[in-house]
Design a protein. Structure first.
Length: 263
């Protein structure tokens, strides 16, 4: 009688879809033919190969978004997707990188917030918690910005970009901004004790470059393009600030009411 720990029966076909085996890859589903039972080393090798190899699209996507973001996003929107990472997947990878390096800037972030604190300790504490949540959850921050960025871009660039294409545009750009900030975090932590201030300045420059370069490559190098892009950027920033202040203000009122009830 076969037990749970016994080796799986030998099979010469594809272990993923059951198709016949010809060569190293399945001609039906594309999976590499595996031999033997899984190992820890094999699982890690498969992860690194799929994530970092040129075929995975991550390297191509990173380089293209850094050097020619507008052209790359236009190519992806027009259907050239085999060599690029999906925008949602790229944002998730960027967010994972951001979470991984957050401990390197957390202390500097909290010290900077303490230096700018006012007389109202309750409000400062609430506002700090809300802003920290946005820092720790970059996907939430990116999606909140998209809620304002995409409609404004669609409105101002009507006929040149659809809603879906605008989401692709925004997810790639903000995901890449998060990725670059994550890569800069260890460098800033080594160069300065106030790494948060360094990163804030560097991130602002990087994001501005990406937005201008993307608009140039996607919509063309016209003055109207930069003017419309400036309006979209300002509108999206104001929208994010409005959400931030609204959430912090509502929480602040709830805590005040709670203190009054218990006092």
């Amino acid at each position: 009688m076969q037990t749970f720990h016994s080796a799986p029966p030998a099979y010469t076909g594809c272990l993923n879809c059951g198709g016949p085996r010809y060569g190293a890859y399945c001609h039906l589903c594309g999976q590499h033919h595996l031999e033997g039972r899984p190992t820890v080393g094999g699982i890690m090798k498969e992860f690194l190969t799929r994530t970092l190899s040129l075929e995975s699209g991550l390297v191509h996507t990173f380089v293209a978004l850094t050097l020619r973001p507008g052209r790359m996003i236009r190519e992806y929107a027009c259907g050239k997707r085999q060599q690029f990472t999906n925008p949602v997947g790229y944002l998730m990878l960027s967010a994972a990188a951001s979470v991984a390096v957050w401990p390197l800037r957390e202390r500097s972030f909290l010290e900077g917030a303490a230096r700018t604190a006012g007389d109202d300790k309750l409000w400062d504490n609430v506002f700090l918690q809300v802003t920290t949540a946005l820092q720790v959850h970059p996907v939430l921050s990116a999606l909140l910005v998209c809620c304002f960025f995409v409609p404004l871009q669609r409105l101002l660039f009507a006929g040149q970009i659809t809603i879906a294409e605008s989401f692709v545009y925004a997810l790639f750009l903000f995901g890449h901004a998060i990725m670059l900030e994550s890569l800069l975090t260890p460098v800033a932590a080594l160069l300065s004790t106030d790494s948060n201030s360094v990163l804030d300045n560097a991130s602002s420059v990087v994001l501005l470059y990406l937005l201008v370069a993307a608009a140039w490559g996607y919509f063309g190098p016209r003055f109207s393009t930069f003017l419309k892009t400036a309006v979209v950027i300002i509108g999206a920033c104001l929208g994010l600030v409005l959400v931030l202040v609204t959430v912090a203000g509502a929480w602040y009122l709830v805590l005040l009411i709670g203190q009054g009830a218990t006092g």
